[in-house]
Design a protein around this ligand. Structure first.
Ligand code: SF4
Ligand code: SF4
Length: 483
């Protein structure tokens, strides 16, 4: 990297102090004041691909809350009431370890993905980038025009044109922020609840209304003003890049070997013979960058891999008759040492860990009991003897995690000869997603109880006789001397 930095920074063959650009943030001046970025509207091959991906992801975001599987929401994360549905499968706080493992697996996946593909997530999938670049920025271009018109509008005083353009833009931003907030709430409480709240009005649901206002204001602040600062200053994923990427990671790179010595374009000139590189120093890759950096300085934390500079430079290359790809997806080794992409030991190790975790997660999901049963002895309770039988009382709790109502029966699995007696019938009805509690007596013939405390196993069955869950607990009997 050092060689690369020494070469590019000056341009025109000059060499200036290495990495000085890393001492400052591209979107701040020396006094720490925000430098507003007016990126030129990107266009080209990658912008088209990204638009298709963004449209697909936005459609998914707006459709998913209405999709139901077996009557359950496809995705619901109700942290307040602790209801979770993922792919239509209900999850409960009791499944916390599965959710935690799922979260850890996702983090490992992101790490592995970043090691190999750099910040592709930031440029192509991250909601911040998609909403900012594909929704809010597009509205800005439609109302205020491209970069130069936006800069002119920004400089001019508050005349009629500036007032109506800004008022229209900000009003639309508020409406979109409101829409995003409502949809986000659908992922938390469900779409029906959100529609009901809208019908009932803000005064009936004042707390929810306040929360909505706070979130709408946050989205508005983020997309109207804070913008790329989320990626360059706040996002922890962005900050992790320094430790995750290496010289074999695919990223957006400027081919400095090909591009330097950069020099302005002169028609008809043989640049190779004149000792000039392919970069014509047109600055198009800089003005198009939404984070305000110069990719020719090398890989920087601010780069969200949005590919806008690739498209901008390719357009210039095509116009000048030079081969495209001066800025492209590549690895640092590919640019510096002309080495092809390699699947490194570190990448292999991450893949193995990830595969194991996904396998284990799948195993846990597949073997998740549809009913969770617990039998707890009430505090201070002991045994009682009646009709030559020793009886213990247990409080039971059943959670029906399945997608249907169930009728449960209980049996003692070990040791044999145990008898169950419930207050009314040995059949317990439980609706899907419900928790039911009650009391059960378990008795054994007096002669079978040899220990004052002995382990027992209780099984819970469905109406078809299928064992749904087992629970191990202990059974108390009279103290007997053992010889
Ligand atoms: S340097 Fe290029 S890829 Fe990186 S953020 Fe700027 S325009 Fe996007
Ligand atoms: S767009 Fe390409 S040619 Fe123009 S300055 Fe950037 S790297 Fe050089």
């Amino acid at each position: 990297m050092a060689e690369q930095d020494n070469v590019f920074r000056g341009g025109q063959g000059q060499v200036v102090e290495a990495e000085t650009f890393r001492d400052s943030v591209g979107t701040m001046d020396q006094s720490g004041k925000r430098k507003w970025v007016f990126p030129r509207k990107p266009s080209g091959r990658y912008t088209n691909y990204r638009t298709i991906v963004a449209v697909f992801l936005l459609a998914l975001f707006f459709i998913l809350p209405f999709i139901r599987i077996n009557g359950n929401p496809f995705l619901l994360v109700n942290v307040v009431e602790r209801h979770f549905y993922i792919f239509g499968q209900p999850f409960y706080p009791q499944d916390f370890f599965i959710l935690a493992l799922g979260a850890i697996t996702s983090i490992v996946f992101i790490i592995l993905f970043t090691v190999v593909f750099g910040r592709i997530f930031c440029g192509w999938i991250c909601p911040q980038t998609i909403f900012l670049e594909m929704v809010f920025r597009k509205i800005e271009y439609a109302i205020e025009g491209d970069r130069n018109k936006q800069m002119r509008l920004d400089r001019q005083e508050w005349n009629y044109e500036k007032i109506w353009k800004r008022a229209l833009k900000w009003s639309i931003y508020i409406v979109i922020s409101l829409i995003i907030t409502h949809w986000m709430f659908m992922y938390i409480v469900g779409y029906q609840e959100v529609f009901d709240m809208i019908k009932e009005g803000p005064l009936t649901n004042f707390t929810s209304f306040l929360v909505m206002i706070i979130f709408t204001a946050s989205f508005y602040f983020t997309f109207a003003w804070f913008r790329e600062q989320v990626c360059t200053l706040v996002c922890p994923y962005g900050r992790l890049q320094g430790v995750l990427i290496d010289k074999q990671t695919i990223n957006v790179y400027y081919d400095f070997k090909r591009g330097e010595n950069r020099a302005k374009w002169r028609k008809g000139e043989d640049r190779a013979a004149a000792g000039k590189g392919d970069c014509i120093d047109c600055n198009q890759c800089v003005v198009v960058c939404p984070t305000g950096i110069d990719i020719r300085d090398g890989q920087q934390l601010e780069c969200v891999n949005c590919t806008a500079c690739i498209d901008a430079c390719d357009e210039v290359m095509v116009k000048t008759g030079l081969p495209p790809g001066l800025i492209r997806y590549a690895t640092e080794d590919e640019i510096e040492k002309e080495l092809p992409f390699k699947y490194t030991t570190r990448t292999k190790a991450y893949t193995v860990v990830l595969a194991l975790m996904i396998g284990f997660l799948g195993f846990l999901l597949y073997n998740r009991n549809p009913v969770e049963a617990k039998f707890i002895k009430p505090a201070g309770s002991s045994f009682f003897v009646r009709d030559s039988k020793i009886t213990n009382t247990y409080n039971y709790t059943f959670l029906n995690k399945s997608n249907r109502d169930a009728v449960l029966t209980i049996k003692v699995l070990e040791p044999a000869n145990g008898e169950i007696s419930l207050s009314q019938t040995n059949k317990i009805k439980i609706k899907k997603g419900d928790i039911t509690k009650g009391t059960v007596n378990i008795s054994f013939p007096q002669k079978d109880i040899k220990l004052s405390k002995q382990n027992i196993s209780i099984g819970v069955y469905d109406e078809n006789g299928k064992l749904l869950d087992t629970f191990k607990t202990y059974f108390e009997g009279p103290f007997k001397l053992q010889f």
